[in-house]
Design a binder for this molecule. Structure first.
Ligand code: A3P
Length: 308
């Protein structure tokens, strides 16, 4: 795949092999700093394969811990500044100009004034900085079925001007199956973290489909994992705030201020559905995908729903 200069002088990044995982320099440039990140016991890490519902759960956690009262945080700090993306390199949040300071999510996390720190990562388990497990930090992993995840990722790559060029859908779905997308194989990611859960009790593994089915039930499970007992009123408010339609119009969580995304191509809060893959996969693509899926997903204890 070749670099592809886009409008506004932004360059689409090129994938390269990074410890066996296709990555781009935007997420690996300050690797020593990322690997040496010092987690704290009360940190909460949200780990996901991209497009699994990271922002949804980030906002849920943010409201649980910091949303009790109306605050400037809720009205003027974007979710990606409240919940730093650990390994992401960027320019000063929200701005693009050559002279601006480069930061990495680790810097934002280290500067967070709030407790707990809520931090997000897309790293596969084998690349996670060691300190999270050494400190026994709480980890919330969110997984989404492979087909909807692929569709969502395709549109994200189309609209995010620094992501590797996704090409057309038929090429993309093949590369996704081959694990040749940023952060590598969906199959390895969800399985790797599922395996970690067996030995690391402080990991809560959630499914996007369960959240769509019954957000309240999943919020309750999350609270029980975190040891939180929000009031019925607080829960009600959170459940309203995290509804898809509410989040879609909330400029603090819908990425509308994030300059690297072209909302004329696609929106960040796109459809929020289970089963949207049916509008993208041809019958033949679906058959090939299902056959390939069987060869990759051997653990009968890890099951996904592709429709509801
Ligand atoms: P779609 O592209 O299928 O619409 P992430 O935050 O990990 O990048 O995931 C983004 C995906 O989660 C998008 O999926 C987005 O619409 C969906 N999403 C975000 N908030 C949601 C919500 N409240 N309810 C349902 N889906 C949501």
């Amino acid at each position: 795949m070749s670099a592809d200069t886009k409008k506004d002088g932004l360059t689409r990044e090129v994938l390269f092999d990074f410890h066996g995982v296709p990555m781009t320099t935007n997420f690996t440039d300050k690797w020593d700093k990322i690997q040496n990140f010092q987690a704290k016991p009360d940190d909460i890490l949200i780990a996901t394969y991209p497009k699994a519902g990271t922002t949804w759960v980030s906002y849920m956690l943010d409201l649980l811990y910091f949303g009790q009262e109306p605050s400037e945080r809720e009205t003027s700090v974007a979710i990606y500044d409240r919940v730093p993306f650990l390994e992401r390199k960027g320019l000063s949040p929200g701005l693009i100009a050559p002279s601006l300071i480069l930061y990495v999510g680790v810097d934002l996390a280290n500067n967070l004034k709030t407790t707990p720190r809520i931090i997000k990562t897309h790293l596969p388990i084998q690349l996670l900085p060691k300190s999270f497990c050494e400190q026994n930090s709480k980890i919330v992993y969110v997984a989404r079925n492979a087909k909807d995840n692929a569709v969502s990722y395709f549109h994200m790559d189309r609209m995010t001007l620094t992501q590797p060029d996704p090409g057309d859908w038929s090429c993309y779905i093949q590369r996704y199956m081959d694990g040749q997308v940023l952060y590598g194989s969906w199959y390895d990611h969800v399985n790797g973290w599922w395996k970690k859960k067996q030995t690391y009790p402080n990991l809560h593994y959630m499914f996007y489909e369960d959240m769509v089915e019954d957000t309240g039930r999943e919020l309750d499970k999350l609270c029980s994992f975190l040891g939180l007992s929000p009031s019925a009123e607080q829960k009600k408010e959170i459940l309203v705030g995290v509804q898809f339609d509410q989040m879609k119009k909330n400029n603090m969580v819908n990425y509308s201020k994030f300059v690297l995304m072209d909302f004329n191509v696609s929106t960040f809060m796109r459809k929020g559905k289970v089963g949207d893959w049916k509008t993208h996969f041809t019958v033949a693509q679906n058959e090939v995908f299902d056959e390939h899926y069987k060869t990759k997903m051997k653990d009968p204890t890890l099951q996904f729903r592709t429709e509801m």
